[in-house]
Design a protein around this ligand. Structure first.
Ligand code: ATP
Length: 248
């Protein structure tokens, strides 16, 4: 009997494939023929200079922006024209750069807005507690969101993206503005999420953080894939250093 099983992260087990995707805003080519694939089960970091198209890449993946042309294949299906809610239902999820939290609601109420879409009402308190434990904010249900530190808010935003029980989660700059200790907590959360079988794609600028995630790295430049490899390969790449590390 042939074993058709593919190991997580193996070459032929691609969860997401982006082919020649373009996103034009008038004369601005935010994405200009981007082709990139994400393997099931991996942690994949996306970096690149400001304006390289990283956030636009995530927006076209989740469906808040429609590509001008190109194809997005997820789990073997063409989702290029799917609306965002259908992509979330299919297992894609995102934490945007802008956290999109409700400052006047409690942490529990914020999580409720995310959990109510896919959990039974009577299960929500239990899922809330479990998510808060995973983001190191146990017992914070009743705190007002605007009273949380920026680092705590980043973690709640990550929890919101996990509420739909995704197969793949896209995190846009999850450590922006965080201290070293808070960054380490986010690192722990990402490792935990990934160990539970979730594929993680992270946009980041912090090279120490990218190194610690120990995944594949894609570098975007002018809306295209510029380089791809392990952290060490990317860090040793003179062309990358020229466009990105040098600039940093
Ligand atoms: P950063 O690291 O600064 O967040 P980025 O790599 O995420 O940058 P994007 O935000 O994807 O880059 O933007 C790519 C390019 O597209 C930029 O030149 C940006 O100004 C432009 N752009 C993005 N969204 C729009 C929009 N809605 N209308 C017009 N131009 C846009």
């Amino acid at each position: 009997m042939t074993n058709s099983f593919t190991l997580p992260g193996s070459e032929d087990d691609v969860i997401l494939e982006v082919s020649d995707v373009r996103k034009y805003y008038g004369g601005i080519h935010a994405l200009d023929g981007l082709s990139l694939s994400v393997k099931r089960g991996e942690v994949h970091c996306v970096l690149g200079p400001n304006g390289a198209g990283k956030s636009t890449f995530f927006k076209t993946l989740i469906g808040t922006e429609r590509p001008t042309s190109g194809r997005i294949i997820y789990n073997g299906s063409d989702i290029t024209r799917f609306p965002a809610f259908q992509r979330v239902r299919a297992g894609l999820s995102v934490k945007f750069q802008n956290l999109r939290l409700f400052g006047e609601l409690t942490v529990g109420q914020n999580l409720f807005t995310a959990l109510r879409r896919n959990r039974r009402y009577d299960e929500i308190p239990e899922h809330t507690r479990a998510l808060l434990t995973r983001i190191h904010l146990r017992g914070s249900e009743d705190r007002l969101m605007r009273h949380l530190s920026h680092g705590e808010q980043q973690r709640v935003a990550i929890a919101m993206s996990l509420a739909s029980n995704p197969q793949i989660v896209l995190l846009d700059e999850p450590t922006a503005g965080l201290s070293v200790d808070e960054t380490r907590l986010v690192e722990d959360i990402i490792h935990d999420v990934n160990q539970r079988g979730v594929t993680v794609v992270v946009i980041e600028h912090d090279m120490d953080f990218i190194r610690s995630l120990n995944g594949r790295v894609s570098v975007l430049h002018y809306g295209k894939l510029f380089a791809q490899g392990s952290f060490d390969e990317i860090a040793d790449n003179d062309d990358v250093r020229r466009i990105y590390l040098g600039a940093a």
